[in-house]
Structure formats: C-alpha cells, structure tokens
Design a protein around this ligand. Structure first.
Ligand code: NCD
Length: 312
C-alpha cells in the first residue's frame, strides 16, 4: 500500500518518533546514508511560493543520492494551461518515485493522493496543514527540551491561517502534559476544528502576559496572502513583535521557534540570544526530510537493516 504524508496523523506516534530517531542517525553519520536513494527520483510540484520547503526537500533527496525534478510555481507548469490535478499526477508518477506538493488550495494534495500510486508529501496546502514542518518542529523541540511531553508551548501570531500551527498543535495532542497558550488577536484565533477535547489551553491576546510561562514560544508571520484584501492584512501587520525587552520576561531555558520566513515579528537582536532556535530548525528540516523520504519510499535504514514504517 502506498503511504502518504498529507496530515500529521497519517503517521502513528511510534512511526513519527522512528522518523525523528532516523533523522538523528543521519545527522550523526551522513555518509552512511549518501546512496540509499540512488536511482530514486523526487518530483517537487510547487503551486505556491516557497524557499526553504522546496529546496530542503530537493537537497534532502540529493543527499540520499537520489534525483530531483519539478517546478517552483504554477505558471511554469501545464496547470497554467488548465491541466487538472488528476492528469498532472498521472504524468508525474511515470517519471518519479515520490512527490512533494505545495498548493494554495486546502486539500489539494489529499485530492492528488487519490490518483497517485507513489507517495505524496504535503508541503503545505493553503491555510490547512504543513506536516513536514511539524516533524522538524518536533525534532527541534526534542533537541532543545530533551522530551516531547510535559511542557508549555505558546503559539503567537496568525493562528487562523498559520498551517504550521495547526499541524504542530494537532501532533502534540498525542503527548501528555502539554499546555497550550494561543496568543493572537481575536480575529486570528485558532480555528475551532484545531481545538480538540481534553486540550489544556488558554487563549489570550497578550504575548507579555504569556511569555513567562512558556518552555517553547512558536512565533508566526501574519499570513498576508490569505487575507481578503491588503487593508485587512494591514490591520494585523506588526501586531506582535518579539524583541530583547520581551525576551527578558521569558524563562532562561525557553526556546523560540519560527517556521520562517519572518517579516517583522522577531527583531534581529533576538537572533543572537541562545534561546533563538529558528535557524537550527533549518538543519533539522533537512535531516527530518531525508528520514521521511526514506520512510515513504520503503527504504531500509542501513544502520538497523529495518524498514522505518510499520507494515500496513
Ligand atoms: C511556512 C509555510 O509555508 O506555511 N513556511 C515554511 O514552510 N517554512 C510559514 C509561513 O509561510 O509563514
């Protein structure tokens, strides 16, 4: 059976942790993994802007010894001629062994997966989900805190449209002792669908009030492209700015995460604070995506001789 990663729960908690463990093994000994995906090909189908996510998937595949094809925006693909998702996928699966897809429409990669006999990785669908970002966020949290349970996390900024927030919060509900602070203006609150039963959470609009309680602060960009008009966006631009003064209110052990790109929500002075973890996340992203590609292609970990995902 073809396995996809369309939303975080497509992987069991145990599988997720095996992918993070494999990412650590890759980090420790990259040479061992440099040919594992030789003669395999990744197609990156990006219908929406990206820097990190596309280049990170492509670099991950190359570091496994595999090849990469694809397009970086819809206007250079046949979508601009009106080709349907179904036809695009039918064509691409002849060329490639795995697809990473980003799309402005929520649910598009899920639709593509219905027609695909090769694994599809959702690299972000509209304001919905971003499960590979979640894997790298979890990897960074684990490295910083040494655990994935019993901590307090504050999500700050655009919680309504921020797909990285939706996927990470969802994933963390599988762990015990997680307390959530959802810090946003009233209009950009966490969608009700993302707040599940039993979630221990507080909603507030004040970063100053919440920051002292946090082990992880997850800052986000106001998602300009999802607003109905530029005026709507301008109402919220600059609403939260993390600077040196606010960092003084935080625990000395707190870690600041951000999926990037940042606009103005973290001032550059915070970059030199040892609590800033957002550039570390980039490194995690590469190793985690290498591990994910191996897992979905059904490759064995050369270190253990075993497959990464459970037999379905
Ligand atoms: C995020 C995304 O695309 O959702 N970026 C990323 O993949 N690292 C966050 C964002 O664009 O704000």
């Amino acid at each position: 059976m073809t396995r996809h990663l369309l939303q975080p729960f497509d992987l069991s908690r145990a599988e997720t942790e095996r992918i993070l463990d494999l990412a650590s093994s890759i980090e420790a000994d990259p040479a061992l993994y440099q040919d594992v995906a030789a003669r395999k090909r990744l197609a990156t189908l990006f219908y929406e802007a990206s820097t990190r996510t596309r280049l990170s998937h492509e670099t991950a595949m190359q570091k496994l010894g595999g090849d990469v094809i694809g397009f970086p925006s819809a206007d250079v693909s046949s979508v601009s001629k009106g080709e349907t998702m179904e036809d695009t996928v039918r064509v691409i699966q002849v060329y490639a062994d795995i697809i990473a897809m980003r799309h402005p429409t929520a649910g598009a990669p899920m639709l593509a997966a219905k027609y695909s006999n090769i694994p599809i990785i959702n690299a972000g669908d509209g304001g919905n989900e971003h499960p590979t970002q979640t894997l790298l966020d979890m990897h960074t949290i684990k490295k910083r805190l040494g655990r994935l349970d019993n901590f307090t996390i504050g999500f700050c900024g655009d919680l309504k449209y921020g797909r990285t927030v939706h996927s990470l919060a969802k994933s963390l509900t599988r762990y015990t002792g997680i307390k959530f602070y959802f810090i946003s203006p009233e209009e950009l609150r966490m969608p009700k669908a993302c707040i599940t039963e039993g979630m221990d959470y507080v909603e507030t609009d004040s970063l100053e009030d919440a920051i002292g309680n946090l082990d992880i602060l997850y800052m986000t960009r106001i998602q300009q492209e999802r607003f109905a008009s530029p005026e709507e966006y301008l109402k919220f631009k600059g609403v939260y700015i993390l600077d040196g003064e606010k960092m003084k209110l935080a625990k000395p052990t707190m870690a600041v995460l951000h999926p990037l790109p940042r606009v103005d929500e973290i001032t550059p002075e915070v970059d030199d604070d040892p609590r800033a973890a957002y550039f570390e996340q980039i490194q995690s992203g590469l190793h985690v995506r290498m591990a994910l590609i191996m897992a979905l292609l059904g490759l064995k970990d050369p270190k253990t001789g075993k497959h990464i995902l459970d037999e379905q």
